[in-house]
Design a protein around this ligand. Structure first.
Ligand code: F6P
Length: 321
């Protein structure tokens, strides 16, 4: 019986459990022994591995987080750490490793493949949507919906008090959460790490809105946007005459039950990973393009780059005038 392993690594993302469930149940259906590796690469280094059965993944489809737990392993960044991780797989005779995670986690999978000849499959699991080879990552849709809910609530009180609200969202170096929640939430401005805005334009935009009778001003700031927050808030207040509220949504964005879209993407990625292994197709990164599940060579996938969607960026500005 073929033995395969699955782990989740990096920041957790709603939908990771749905992907684990699909891997385990589809794998067992195709006569594979499935092993769950705890706490990502840390558990792989330490040999913290347990066999998973159909019932091990019962009642998790709808749950946020990851039943396998996750970590950002410093030791795995070292050659010794990677050697230990590869040894665990060899000792347990695990032939294929499925890694569910973001950019760093899939890069870790590539290292195992390049240096130790381990067969790996990458599934994109991160709220950040920072993997260029896929239109969507697992968790991104849920995170956006949480941000949208927050914007809706903040807008109410922002209007009542005629304040400007600066909402900070996650995403590391990627502005997708900010951009997409900004356009769908009707924000006045989005501040993205990919775009070096003239902050003067932000002050002008907010002032013009106030002069035209706007009661609220919503600015979505990506955490990766480089600016001194205190300076931004005091300048905004000074230039526009309105009080400023700062709301950092932080880990709220990473918890909770996955949306339909994330459950679907996660489930399809999990099933595809098993199909690839069944057909001896290795070292692939699974993702979604134009609504279809796709897979690319892992190295090529990680080398792909994407830019920001300038039409959407402009849309935020124009549609909120
Ligand atoms: O990668 C997901 C993410 O939530 C990023 O958006 C954020 O920058 C980071 O993880 C936070 O990491 P930690 O959980 O280690 O604080």
């Amino acid at each position: 019986m073929k033995k395969i392993g699955v782990l989740t690594s990096g920041g957790d993302a709603p939908g990771m459990n749905a992907a684990i469930r699909a891997v385990v149940r589809y794998g067992i259906y195709y006569n594979m022994e499935v092993y769950g590796i705890k706490r990502g690469y840390e558990g792989l280094i330490e040999g913290d591995v347990e066999r998973l059965y159909r019932r091990s993944v019962g009642d998790i489809l709808q749950r946020g987080g990851t039943i396998l737990k996750t970590a950002r392993s410093k030791e795995f960044m070292t050659e010794e750490g990677q050697e230990k991780a590869a040894k665990t797989l060899r000792d347990l005779k695990i032939e294929d490793l499925i890694v569910i995670g973001g950019n760093g986690s899939l890069t870790g999978a590539k290292m195992l493949s390049d240096r130790f000849g381990i067969d790996v499959i990458g599934i994109p699991g991160t709220i950040d949507n920072d993997l260029s080879y896929t239109d969507n990552t697992i968790g991104f849709d849920t995170a956006i919906n949480i941000v949208l809910d927050a914007i809706t609530r903040i807008r109410d009180t922002s209007s009542s008090h005629q304040r400007t609200s600066v909402i900070e969202v996650m995403g590391r170096h990627c502005g997708d959460i900010a951009l997409y929640s900004g356009i769908a939430g009707g924000a006045e401005c989005v501040l993205l790490p990919e775009i070096d805005d003239d902050i003067e334009d932000v002050y002008k935009k907010v002032t013009a809105g106030i002069e035209s009778g706007k009661l609220h001003n919503i600015i979505i700031k990506a955490e990766g946007y480089n600016i001194d927050n205190e300076k931004l808030f005091s300048s905004l207040k000074e230039r526009t005459g309105r009080n400023v509220n700062y709301i950092k949504l932080s880990y709220l964005q990473r918890g909770g039950s996955p949306t339909f879209r994330d459950r679907m993407l996660a489930t399809q990625c999990g099933m595809t990973a098993i199909d690839l292994i069944r057909h001896d197709i290795r070292n692939r990164a699974i993702g979604e393009r134009d609504g279809h599940i796709v897979h690319y060579d892992l190295t090529e996938a990680l080398e792909m780059t994407k830019g920001i969607d300038y039409d959407l960026y402009k849309g935020v500005d124009v549609l909120s005038m």
